[in-house]
Design a protein around this ligand. Structure first.
Ligand SMILES: [Zn+2]
Length: 64
């Protein structure tokens, strides 16, 4: 089971990708902890705080 990678730019979590599907960034890390599932990005407070505009899973904390 492969661990999802978090985008360092927008925190989006995705599996088996070389670039972030949201912002096309290539700076991905497997060192993250906690995640938030955004199902309604337009209305979610968490999403707005994180600057998330697309639904999906987002890492809360990234480390090196
Ligand atoms: Zn991204």
């Amino acid at each position: 089971m492969s661990k999802e990678k978090a985008c360092r730019t927008c925190h989006k979590l995705s599996e088996d990708v070389k670039e972030c599907p949201v912002c096309k960034g290539t700076d991905l890390t497997t060192f993250w902890s906690g995640f938030s599932l955004v199902v309604n990005a337009e209305k979610s407070e968490v999403a707005q705080k994180m600057g998330v505009k697309t639904n999906g899973k987002y890492a809360l904390r990234l480390s090196r």
